[in-house]
Design a protein around this ligand. Structure first.
Ligand SMILES: Cc1ncc(COP(=O)(O)O)c(C=O)c1O
Length: 417
């Protein structure tokens, strides 16, 4: 099911589920994020039917959107979590995701974070360096605990995605290089407090072809066989996330296609498989609603200056990403070429360049689409702006799932020396 079908014009107004976005904007000041609960549930359903049919477990990558209301939907559907900080652990637990379904990833887990996860009794730590392995072993010994661990291995597979979201090529900071793998495994099997699960990979994000998954699975299969021959009991493989969504160019990866590759390449290996989708579960279910503060007539093309900026949605500045734009009021104006920018004092604060849009005037409202992942979680108060609210629609109801954190709220945390 296409989750964008939850976004439609009705009687000249853009509706999400059964509510017009303009009617929410009358109550909640722009800019704000707005998510469709039904769209997220539809993606969860697609994901479950693809991966559960091959026996894989799904651990939502909390970093994509960590709002408690979003996490609650994941918990209610029985999904586990992939976390990268103590804060994400706290959120996942608060939303009702059981600790025994939580995997802890990340290259720089601090002592306090490892301890919090140990005390919570999480399912698995994905270790990314030998020093981290040593630290966890020491902490387990001092606490009299055991931990399930997998080694995040750098499979050196180029996923041909943006360089800032490529994670599995030679020289990347992520994962343990192959040359150190046996050293790490030896240290684990000799430890009384670390229990070896297996190997983990994450190839990058917004991957739109199957090839990287095929290559990684083949490599993993060989390694599992080889390592078992050497006496290392590999029982688990974690294939990470990265499944690309359609940002408007029609390129995306279907869950079913990835599941089929995993099943074909790793069937009969006798390992438990986990996946960690983030973006693909939430991106298309969310929009950023904004108002055009000014239409600025300049040559060669006019600017639409939005009240949303790069502090609210960082992806275009960070990854040169572009998000489709729709007007909240259906327009029959002729199309024109224009630039859509934010109000921040940075030239990278630009959403769309040379975009073809129906003419939009000052005061009109627009929605930037596919904003449900890596949007609100990256928002900041840069330029002393508010951290904007998040709204979730369920049928014909909407709720404020994060209130505005105003510039005044943020000043409360500061003092004169
Ligand atoms: C270890 C790990 N797993 C899963 C994900 C989720 O990736 P995506 O949101 O592209 O599915 C990430 C994202 O960076 C990650 O680092």
């Amino acid at each position: 099911m296409n989750s964008e079908s939850f976004l439609q014009y009705r009687d000249g107004q853009l509706y999400m589920e059964s509510i017009s976005l303009n009617s929410i904007a009358e109550q909640v000041e722009t800019p704000f994020y707005c998510y469709s609960a039904a769209a997220i549930k539809a993606r969860i359903g697609d994901c479950k039917s693809a991966f559960e049919s091959i026996g894989a477990t799904i651990h939502y990558a909390v970093k994509a959107n960590s709002n408690l209301a979003v996490l609650r939907l994941m918990a209610e559907a029985g999904l586990g979590a992939d976390i990268v900080s103590e804060g994400e652990l706290a959120r996942a637990l608060k939303a009702g995701i059981p600790p025994q379904d939580i995997i802890f990833s990340g290259v720089g887990k601090r002592t306090s974070e490892l301890l919090a996860a140990l005390d919570a009794g999480i399912f698995q730590f994905n270790l990314e360096s030998i020093p981290e392995l040593e630290r966890l072993a020491d902490l387990c010994e001092s606490r009299g605990r055991t931990a399930n661990v997998s080694i995040r291995i750098n499979p050196e597979v180029d996923a041909a995605t943006h360089r800032h979201i490529t994670t599995a090529v030679r020289g990347s900071k992520f994962g343990i290089p192959f040359s150190q793998l046996e050293l790490a495994l030896e240290r684990i099997v000799r430890s009384d407090s670390l229990r070896l699960h297996g190997l983990a990979v994450h190839l990058g994000s917004q991957i739109v072809t199957l090839e990287p998954y095929e290559k990684a699975c083949r490599r993993l299969r060989e390694w599992v066989i080889e390592l078992r021959d050497k006496g290392y009991p590999i029982t688990h493989l974690d294939l990470g996330g990265g499944f690309g969504i359609d940002y408007g160019d029609g390129r995306c990866l279907a869950y079913g296609a990835v599941a089929a590759v995993i099943d074909r390449e790793l069937r009969n290996l006798g390992v438990a498989i986990a996946v960690e989708p983030g973006r693909s579960l939430v991106a298309t279910a969310g929009v950023l609603v904004s108002e055009v503060v000014y239409r600025k007539e300049v040559e060669p093309v006019p600017f639409l200056i939005l009240d949303a900026g790069m502090n609210d949605l960082l992806r275009p500045a960070l990854y040169q990403a572009s998000h489709q734009l729709l007007t909240l009021k259906q327009s029959d104006e002729a199309r024109e070429i224009c630039n859509v920018v934010g109000p921040i004092c940075e030239s990278s604060d630009s959403f769309l360049q040379q975009a073809s849009l129906p003419r939009v005037n000052s005061g009109e409202r627009v929605a930037l689409l596919q904003a449900g992942a890596y949007g609100a979680v990256m928002a900041s108060g840069y330029n002393s702006r508010d951290v904007i609210p998040e709204v979730m629609i369920t049928g014909d109801q909407y709720g404020l799932i994060r209130r505005r954190i105003s510039h005044r709220d943020l000043m409360e945390y500061e003092n004169f020396a």
